[in-house]
Design a protein around this ligand. Structure first.
Ligand code: IVH
Length: 669
């Protein structure tokens, strides 16, 4: 046999094993899925042509990782957890359909269930008499890791089912995109390495030895498979999904029975263009034969069933040129390098900038200015530079030099030993002030509408914003505001209204808005509940803070430090003088506080008494849910002036109760 072929197969095996190791043991993909699949496909083709090159140790025969490095107890799966073979176009789906029909020796159309393929990590859960008893990761497909304790921390996983049944279900653990973004922001602020994508974050989280960390990260889980369905009297896959939904399991709810290739193609097309609207990442769709009785005749390969196949969406990676590197200064002074790119389209939008995270990352990937780079939209939202095309180098590329001074205020940057983050320590750095104000007005904090970065930047420049408390003086500068880009009288009115409204925010939100290091939304809530008002909180010493559940050394120190700082005390005093709320209200837990429970609302048109976010917050407080469009699920449409198509649609539907703003106010009073 040709030496070159033997050498290529050896190389393919080595490379795939290395990628597997990073993917499964280190939660880090160092190659795109598409490229990985191509390498596996190439190896499989050689092995098919030259069977003498194939043996049981080939990565083509192994699903998942070797479990060498795992810290968890290993448990054998009752049935192997297999993978799926991948396809990338409709022609492959047609081939799959023909293969199925050939094996079944049938000319008739086969019913398929088309589901979303979530990009997380698979999990197998065992229930006895309706109680969750064990959770296993896939591991190498035959033996998994026992992560039961961590699974218990995931809120959406039922610990008890609605019936006392014994069963095994399989599903995908994911980190919702909104949580992923928050987690990475936090990590970057703390000088920790951000996760490359939600899948790595989910996988890294589930393998934490501390269940408290798992709890704090808000993982989610969607189920797609019931083992031994027929034992439960179920003969169709789509029925098994409905059955597990009724027992209390979450599915994506996105599964359709399709009776033809045309139908499959149409649904795949739909989800390919709509997947960006989901709060979790999907990398494709799964097509499964619906009739479970056919599974045995269709059979299995060593790695995957012959009754299902994955259709992968096209890769989201594209290449472009790195034109330059700029720097962003965070709220706590962390300086993050940002890639300035030649504009390029990725999954439907034009990307001009991408995060480079930190200098360790730049060095590891050996990124230089002028390089041809591949970028990818992690989580469909934040673009990242994933790798450099070294073959395209001309020699003209320039090294990216770590800055010594803050790009905004010029003060010397510091890097603590053992940390990756570069920091600007100047408390008066305008960039830090800008981030602090942006954080202060953000949705989870004071929720002030209409104070965008441009306005903040300009008002810092002209000396009108020197501190977060200055936000409450902005109404004095109406004229200057109105003269700003695009700020007409109406937007200024709304902004002023929103600033005024924000004084009534709950204590926990005001506390969060102060931006005490390490005090995120969750801890702000805990501290607000424990202290009743800010004066009492300020009096607490480290010891006392440490007694609060959820508060550790780092947080206790940070809180005390924050309240010792003279400038922070002045800010708090000023905010109090403006009338900003710093105490917890005793909420009556009567019927009234949940007046809108189970009801859905939407506001449309111009409102006179509320801002858009203000009315939404009020509805949520009263237990109601906000919808974004008019549909059959909508109970109430609140109409302001000049309500348009939404009102028309609600009238057409007939099932929606239409309220004027005044009627809505009567309802809550
Ligand atoms: S079915 C034998 N359905 O994709 C059946 N898998 O690439 C195997 N996945 O290991 C699984 N969404 O982790 C199935 N709707 C879905 C899925 C799904 C995501 C994952 C799962 C599997 C991997 C295969």
């Amino acid at each position: 046999m040709d030496e070159n072929i033997i050498e290529r197969v050896r190389e393919l095996r080595k490379r795939i094993e290395r990628y597997n190791y990073f993917y499964y043991a280190k939660n880090n993909s160092i190659i795109s899925d598409y490229e990985y699949d191509k390498l596996v496909q190439e190896l499989e083709e050689y092995e098919e042509r030259y069977p003498e090159l194939k043996d049981a140790s080939s990565p083509s025969q192994i699903v998942g990782s070797s479990l060498k490095d795992s810290k968890f107890t290993k448990v054998a799966h009752k049935k192997p957890m297999l993978s799926l073979s991948n396809t990338y176009n409709i022609k492959d789906v047609e081939d799959f359909n023909s293969r199925v029909k050939k094996i079944l020796k049938s000319d008739e159309n086969v019913d398929y269930v088309l589901e979303l393929k979530l990009d997380g990590l698979s999990i197998s859960l065992h229930y006895e008499s309706g109680a969750l008893v064990q959770g296993l990761t896939r591991g190498d497909g035959v033996v998994g890791e026992d992560v039961t304790e961590n699974i218990m921390q995931i809120e959406s996983i039922p610990k008890f089912l609605r019936e006392e049944v014994d069963l095994e279900v399989r599903g995908e653990i994911v980190l919702p995109l909104s949580e992923f973004i928050k987690l990475n922001q936090q990590r970057e602020e703390n000088g920790e390495e951000p996760f490359a994508n939600p899948r790595n974050a989910a996988s890294g989280t589930l393998r934490q030895l501390d269940p408290e960390i798992v709890k704090s990260r808000n993982l989610d889980c969607y189920f797609y498979y019931l083992a031994d369905s027929e034992k439960h009297g179920i003969h169709r896959h789509n029925e098994s999904l409905k059955y597990i939904e009724n027992l209390g399991f979450k599915t994506t709810g996105i599964y359709d029975v399709c009776g033809s290739i045309e139908e499959l193609e149409a649904r795949i097309g739909y989800w390919e263009s709509h997947r960006g609207n989901l709060d979790y990442e999907t990398d494709g769709m799964v097509i499964k034969v619906d009739e479970i009785g056919l599974y045995e005749s269709l059979g299995y390969t060593t790695k995957s069933p012959r009754w299902a196949i994955a259709y992968k969406f096209p890769a989201k990676q594209v290449s472009t040129t790195l034109l330059d590197v700029s720097y962003q200064v965070g709220r706590m002074g962390t300086v993050t390098p940002v890639a300035e790119l030649e504009p390029v389209e990725v999954s439907g939008s034009v990307v001009r900038r991408a995060s480079l995270h930190n200098f360790d990352e730049i060095k590891r990937k050996d990124i230089r200015i002028g390089d041809r780079v591949f970028i990818e939209k992690a989580a469909e939202i934040i673009p990242q530079v994933v790798k450099v095309v070294k073959e395209a180098r001309t020699g003209e590329e320039r090294e990216i030099v770590e800055p010594e001074n803050c790009p905004v205020c010029g003060s010397t940057l510091e890097r603590k030993s053992g940390e990756v983050a570069l920091k600007c320590l100047n408390e008066r750095c305008p960039a830090k002030l800008q981030r602090r104000i942006e954080y202060f007005v953000s949705r989870d904090a004071m929720n002030i509408d209409g104070l965008g970065s441009k306005i903040v930047e300009r008002f810092i420049e002209i000396g009108r914003l020197r501190d977060v408390a200055d936000v409450y003086d902005l109404h004095l500068y109406r004229e200057e505001l109105e003269n700003l880009d695009k700020m007409g009288k109406k937007s200024v009115d709304n902004l002023v209204k929103s600033i005024e409204e924000s004084k009534k925010r709950e204590y926990s939100k005001t506390l969060y808005a102060l931006g005490i290091p390490f005090v995120g939304k969750y801890l702000a809530n805990v501290l607000a509940n424990e202290s009743k008002n800010i004066d009492l909180l300020m009096e607490m010493g480290e010891e006392e803070l440490l007694e609060i559940e959820g508060v550790g050394q780092k947080v206790a120190q940070s809180v005390c430090q924050f309240f010792k700082d003279e400038e922070n005390l002045v800010t708090i005093e000023r905010l109090k003088n403006y009338g900003v709320n710093f105490s917890a209200k005793e909420v009556a837990k009567g019927e009234d506080s949940l007046k809108f429970q189970g009801k859905t609302f939407l506001a449309t048109g111009k409102l006179n008494h509320y801002t858009r976010s203000g009315i939404k917050e009020l509805i949520e407080k009263l237990g109601g849910e906000n919808l974004s469009g008019v549909n059959k699920k909508l109970d109430y449409l609140i109409v302001g002036e000049k309500a348009g198509s939404k009102l028309k649609k609600a009238q057409e539907l007939g099932s929606v109760t239409i309220l004027t703003e005044e009627e809505f106010m009567d309802m809550i009073s």
